[in-house]
Design a protein around this ligand. Sequence first.
Ligand code: RP5
Length: 183
Amino acid sequence: DAYQALAAVPGSPLAGGGGGKAPLVGIIMGSDSDLATMKAAAQVLEEFGVPLELTVVSAHRTPERMFEYARTAHARGLRAIIAGAGGAAHLPGMVAAMTPLPVIGVPVKPSGAHLDGLDALLSIVQMPKGVPVATVAIGNAANAGLLAVRIIAAQDRVMLDKMMAYQAGMTDTVMSKAQKLET
Ligand code: RP5
């Protein structure tokens, strides 16, 4: 089930390990049903070698857990938090209100939802001045992972080199496709 999938994601505290290194990025989501979307962020961080933790924190259903997570995140050594939720997606904004860390919000489109994730997007992106949430496109958890890598890379030369190599790889891929079209 989804919780087994959550535990299987490398770095998940549910896996009872975390790879040994202290996590630098926390990935949280409002429900285990968000995992299908949010695992892309974990995969990006894994590819770049950024230690992460991943779990479920619900703004509405586990508010005390959300307070605890947000208030302690910086002291636990996290550098950024990726928060995903669907519907009335208050998790990223509420977490941003209680942490000094950068928060990246992922609007999730729950299966069977009528508003196609637009409700989550607007809930996350329309933050009041003073409480920023860096919001990615609906369902684009991979970009949330990449943004977290860039936040780490701003003060980490090794990670900066990895990001530049990733960007060069994208350029190469597009250029080779362009050349194929031209020939
Ligand atoms: C939100 O409600 C969650 O983030 C999820 O996207 C959506 C549905 O949650 P479940 O009913 O699947 O637990 O709070």
